[in-house]
Design a protein around this ligand. Structure first.
Ligand code: GUN
Ligand code: FE
Length: 468
């Protein structure tokens, strides 16, 4: 694994300017310092011009900086932000049969998570999960781990050493909804365990520059009122972020009504325990009432849209346009293994397709565009994890979390064939024959996979590369 070095990136850069606007720059240069921070972005640059102008001005010395050049047709794109993923469920990706949430948890999920009490197994699963998600361009992940403190701490260690930006949630679940073999013994014990992981992460990354703890009440049916009260108090004391699930499945809604009969609705349950805050990530948010949407907006809580999971375990269709129109911050989550794929590119596609299904209900405005889903996966996700000052786009002052996207014939037969076909044109419309840059990005979104993710950087450090 390479250490962080000063780096110069040259070529084409694509990022989201706003929800519906992509910005593409060609012949540009991005200068990243030894702390992984973007210090300059310049237009009309190649290596020679950079060496003649900015490099000496900045006092950079030959040999002390790395140069990464995108070839013609390749481009740098901000790293993806997975705002909701379960690392211990990695071995279950693709296994859900015809189950729905509550039976899926009992049949597949709790047994797998429980088995990660075995630290060697946890090491193998977490190592693969972190490397695999990085290979798909996920530079930041908000992880749920399990109830086990040693395994959860190990996930934090791995993210720090492999180099993925991460939020690590030691999963809290003390109610008898969970099996006796996999649950917290008491609210006090759950809080002690949560504090043990917080103090471990504080010892390995004191300023949470790459890895941060996140308070993780699994979801309301898994947690006693005492536990949720204590977690709300812990948030007040520490200002740490919070993640949980909300309004995913109709059976779950009925259970919440039964468990908290005096509280108006699901959103108010979290609110009444001081868990609905500007630092709260709510996954799914499918079956919300207008009042709940208004309360989420008022508290500035965030939503993780998990379309692949919502379709896989048949939870429902999230009305993303309605949430966006209400001004709520939304990001994308794989929710692996509720979702079958660890890839945010897959989540992008599913977000587009689900929005088509919502549109078939009669409102064409609900369709999400390529630009919009790319925004949700980058800048939108950055807002959801409260890191919009640090990540999500290519701006001076932000950190270099990025992926290099390419389409060589050696990488993907289909895309390679496209390039060959385009080169056969006698009078190409532009540099890709008939294709515009927008077409090229659409082809990546709909047909791309980890073979197109040639290299990945987090905080300026090269953390994944396809062997040339
Ligand atoms: N609700 C409570 N636990 C889970 C989980 O692990 N995955 C999903 N999708 N929903 C949940
Ligand atoms: Fe989940």
């Amino acid at each position: 694994m390479s250490p962080t070095k000063k780096s110069l990136f040259l070529g084409s850069f694509v990022h989201c300017k706003s929800l519906d606007e992509l910005e593409t720059r060609h012949d540009a240069a991005v200068f990243v310092d030894e702390h992984g921070v973007i210090v300059a972005i310049e237009q009309d640059m190649d290596l020679q011009r950079a060496k003649d102008t900015l490099i000496p001005q900045m006092g950079w010395v030959e040999g002390e900086y790395a140069v990464h050049m995108a070839k013609k047709g390749e481009f740098f794109f901000p790293g993806f932000i997975d705002t909701h993923i379960h690392a211990p469920q990695f071995p279950n990706a693709g296994i859900f049969g015809k189950s729905t949430l509550l039976d899926w948890l009992l049949k597949y999920t709790f047994p797998m998570e429980s088995s990660l009490a075995n630290l060697s197994k946890a090491q193998m699963v977490y190592n693969r999960c972190v490397k695999r998600t990085l290979s798909h361009g996920t530079t930041t992940a908000s992880y749920y781990a399990t109830i086990h403190v040693p395994a959860t701490n190990l996930l934090a260690d791995l993210c720090l050493s492999i180099g993925q930006r991460a939020f690590i949630g030691r999963c809290c679940m003390d109610s008898d909804m969970s099996p006796d073999t996999y649950r917290d013994e008491s609210p006090q014990q759950a809080i002690e365990a949560t504090k043990a992981t917080i103090s471990h992460i504080s010892s390995i990354d004191p300023s949470y520059s790459l890895v941060s703890p996140i308070l993780t009440p699994r979801f309301a049916p898994s947690c006693s009122s005492e536990l949720m009260t204590s977690l709300g108090a812990l948030h007040k004391e520490t200002d740490l972020p919070i993640q949980t699930h909300i309004s995913e499945n109709v059976g779950e809604l009925a259970l919440v009504k039964q468990l908290f009969p005096d509280i108006k609705d699901y959103t108010s349950v979290y609110d009444s325990f001081s868990l609905l805050t500007r630092k709260t990530i709510l996954a799914h948010a499918i079956h919300l009432s207008d009042d709940e949407i208004a309360l989420i907006k008022e508290r500035k809580a965030k939503i993780s849209h998990c379309p692949c999971s919502n379709s896989s375990i048949t939870s429902g269709t999230c009305k993303v346009r309605q949430l966006l129109d209400n001004g709520i911050d939304i990001g994308l989550g794989t929710d692996m293994s509720g979702g079958y794929s660890p890839s945010i590119l897959e989540a992008l596609r599913q977000a587009v397709l689900v929005s088509r299904h919502v549109a078939m209900g009669g409102d064409d405005n609900t369709k999400l565009s390529i630009e919009e889903v790319l925004y949700l996966a980058t800048r939108g996700g950055a807002k959801v994890v409260n890191l919009e000052d640090k990540i999500g786009g290519f701006d001076v002052g932000k950190e270099w979390d990025a992926q290099l996207i390419g389409f060589g014939a050696d990488i993907s037969d289909e895309e390679g064939a496209t390039d060959e076909i385009n080169q056969m044109d006698e009078s190409p419309v532009d540099m890709f024959g008939w294709e515009t840059w927008d077409d090229r990005i659409a082809k990546w979104v709909y047909n791309g996979d980890d073979r197109n993710t040639l290299a990945v950087w987090v905080k300026g450090r090269l953390v994944h590369e396809i062997r040339k």
